[in-house]
Design a protein. Structure first.
Length: 158
Protein backbone atom coordinates (compact mmCIF):
# COMPACT_ATOMS: atom_id res chain seq x y z
CA UNK A 1 0.00 0.00 0.00
CA UNK A 2 1.08 3.55 -0.69
CA UNK A 3 1.44 6.25 1.88
CA UNK A 4 -1.70 8.24 2.74
CA UNK A 5 -0.42 11.38 0.96
CA UNK A 6 -0.16 9.49 -2.34
CA UNK A 7 -3.92 9.01 -2.70
CA UNK A 8 -6.02 11.39 -4.77
CA UNK A 9 -8.70 11.99 -2.15
CA UNK A 10 -10.57 14.51 -4.31
CA UNK A 11 -11.06 11.87 -6.99
CA UNK A 12 -11.94 9.19 -4.45
CA UNK A 13 -14.49 11.53 -2.86
CA UNK A 14 -16.01 12.45 -6.25
CA UNK A 15 -16.34 8.78 -7.21
CA UNK A 16 -17.82 7.88 -3.82
CA UNK A 17 -20.33 10.72 -3.97
CA UNK A 18 -21.24 9.66 -7.52
CA UNK A 19 -22.20 6.23 -6.17
CA UNK A 20 -19.08 4.03 -6.08
CA UNK A 21 -18.85 1.62 -3.17
CA UNK A 22 -16.10 1.79 -0.57
CA UNK A 23 -14.86 -1.66 -1.58
CA UNK A 24 -14.66 -0.72 -5.27
CA UNK A 25 -12.81 2.50 -4.45
CA UNK A 26 -10.40 0.65 -2.17
CA UNK A 27 -9.55 -1.82 -4.94
CA UNK A 28 -9.33 0.85 -7.64
CA UNK A 29 -7.16 3.33 -5.75
CA UNK A 30 -5.16 0.94 -3.55
CA UNK A 31 -6.13 2.47 -0.22
CA UNK A 32 -7.81 0.69 2.66
CA UNK A 33 -11.55 0.72 3.16
CA UNK A 34 -10.90 2.00 6.67
CA UNK A 35 -9.05 5.03 5.29
CA UNK A 36 -12.00 5.77 3.03
CA UNK A 37 -14.39 5.45 5.98
CA UNK A 38 -12.26 7.89 7.99
CA UNK A 39 -12.47 10.47 5.19
CA UNK A 40 -16.22 9.93 4.84
CA UNK A 41 -16.72 10.57 8.55
CA UNK A 42 -14.23 13.44 8.85
CA UNK A 43 -15.27 15.33 5.72
CA UNK A 44 -18.97 14.49 5.57
CA UNK A 45 -18.98 12.68 2.24
CA UNK A 46 -22.48 11.73 1.13
CA UNK A 47 -23.93 9.67 -1.67
CA UNK A 48 -27.05 11.81 -1.79
CA UNK A 49 -26.27 13.84 -4.91
CA UNK A 50 -28.19 16.93 -3.79
CA UNK A 51 -25.45 18.31 -1.50
CA UNK A 52 -22.81 17.33 -4.03
CA UNK A 53 -24.59 19.27 -6.75
CA UNK A 54 -25.03 22.24 -4.41
CA UNK A 55 -21.31 22.18 -3.56
CA UNK A 56 -20.36 21.96 -7.24
CA UNK A 57 -22.71 24.84 -8.13
CA UNK A 58 -21.22 26.93 -5.31
CA UNK A 59 -17.71 26.17 -6.59
CA UNK A 60 -18.66 27.14 -10.14
CA UNK A 61 -20.33 30.36 -8.99
CA UNK A 62 -17.24 31.16 -6.93
CA UNK A 63 -15.00 30.50 -9.94
CA UNK A 64 -13.32 27.42 -8.50
CA UNK A 65 -12.11 24.99 -11.14
CA UNK A 66 -11.67 21.32 -10.29
CA UNK A 67 -8.02 20.55 -9.74
CA UNK A 68 -6.99 24.18 -9.27
CA UNK A 69 -4.31 25.05 -6.77
CA UNK A 70 -5.30 25.69 -3.15
CA UNK A 71 -4.19 29.31 -3.55
CA UNK A 72 -6.48 29.88 -6.55
CA UNK A 73 -9.33 28.12 -4.78
CA UNK A 74 -8.85 30.23 -1.65
CA UNK A 75 -8.73 33.43 -3.72
CA UNK A 76 -11.89 32.50 -5.65
CA UNK A 77 -13.76 31.61 -2.47
CA UNK A 78 -12.60 34.82 -0.80
CA UNK A 79 -13.83 36.84 -3.78
CA UNK A 80 -17.20 35.06 -3.68
CA UNK A 81 -17.47 35.76 0.05
CA UNK A 82 -16.70 39.45 -0.58
CA UNK A 83 -19.45 39.65 -3.23
CA UNK A 84 -21.94 37.98 -0.90
CA UNK A 85 -20.94 40.19 2.03
CA UNK A 86 -21.51 43.24 -0.19
CA UNK A 87 -25.10 42.09 -0.80
CA UNK A 88 -25.74 41.66 2.93
CA UNK A 89 -24.17 45.06 3.67
CA UNK A 90 -26.29 46.73 0.98
CA UNK A 91 -29.44 45.15 2.42
CA UNK A 92 -28.60 46.49 5.86
CA UNK A 93 -27.86 49.95 4.47
CA UNK A 94 -31.20 49.98 2.64
CA UNK A 95 -33.02 49.24 5.91
CA UNK A 96 -31.05 52.00 7.65
CA UNK A 97 -32.23 54.41 4.93
CA UNK A 98 -35.78 53.13 5.37
CA UNK A 99 -35.58 53.68 9.12
CA UNK A 100 -34.75 57.33 8.47
CA UNK A 101 -37.77 57.63 6.15
CA UNK A 102 -40.04 56.25 8.89
CA UNK A 103 -38.49 58.52 11.52
CA UNK A 104 -39.08 61.59 9.34
CA UNK A 105 -42.68 60.59 8.57
CA UNK A 106 -43.46 60.17 12.26
CA UNK A 107 -41.67 63.35 13.30
CA UNK A 108 -43.48 65.40 10.64
CA UNK A 109 -46.78 63.51 11.15
CA UNK A 110 -46.90 63.26 7.37
CA UNK A 111 -49.37 60.59 6.21
CA UNK A 112 -47.99 60.66 2.65
CA UNK A 113 -44.43 59.96 3.85
CA UNK A 114 -45.72 57.23 6.18
CA UNK A 115 -47.54 55.60 3.26
CA UNK A 116 -44.36 55.83 1.18
CA UNK A 117 -42.42 54.22 4.05
CA UNK A 118 -44.88 51.31 4.12
CA UNK A 119 -44.69 50.77 0.36
CA UNK A 120 -40.90 51.06 0.50
CA UNK A 121 -40.72 48.43 3.27
CA UNK A 122 -42.86 46.01 1.27
CA UNK A 123 -40.81 46.60 -1.88
CA UNK A 124 -37.50 46.14 -0.05
CA UNK A 125 -38.73 42.93 1.53
CA UNK A 126 -39.86 41.44 -1.79
CA UNK A 127 -36.67 42.39 -3.62
CA UNK A 128 -34.35 41.37 -0.83
CA UNK A 129 -36.12 38.03 -0.32
CA UNK A 130 -35.51 37.31 -4.00
CA UNK A 131 -31.87 38.34 -3.76
CA UNK A 132 -31.35 36.24 -0.63
CA UNK A 133 -32.67 33.20 -2.49
CA UNK A 134 -30.56 33.97 -5.58
CA UNK A 135 -27.42 34.37 -3.48
CA UNK A 136 -28.16 31.34 -1.28
CA UNK A 137 -28.22 33.43 1.87
CA UNK A 138 -31.12 31.59 3.48
CA UNK A 139 -29.55 28.15 3.64
CA UNK A 140 -29.93 27.97 7.40
CA UNK A 141 -27.21 30.44 8.35
CA UNK A 142 -28.17 33.90 9.44
CA UNK A 143 -25.90 36.92 9.40
CA UNK A 144 -28.24 39.10 11.43
CA UNK A 145 -32.00 39.11 11.05
CA UNK A 146 -34.11 42.18 10.39
CA UNK A 147 -37.70 41.94 11.53
CA UNK A 148 -40.19 43.88 9.44
CA UNK A 149 -43.38 44.90 11.16
CA UNK A 150 -46.07 46.85 9.35
CA UNK A 151 -49.13 48.05 11.27
CA UNK A 152 -48.20 45.73 14.11
CA UNK A 153 -48.40 42.63 11.91
CA UNK A 154 -45.18 40.67 11.69
CA UNK A 155 -44.35 40.59 7.98
CA UNK A 156 -41.33 38.32 8.27
CA UNK A 157 -37.61 38.14 8.87
CA UNK A 158 -35.05 39.35 6.37
Amino acid sequence: MSRRADFDWETIRAEYEAGSSQVALSKKHGCSRGAIQKHIAAEGWAQDVTPVIQRKVAEKVAGVVAGCSPEKKAAALDEAADRTAAVVTRHRDEWDDHKQLVTNAIAEQDFGKAKLAKITAETLKIRQDGERKAWGLDSGQRTGDINVSINGDDEGVL
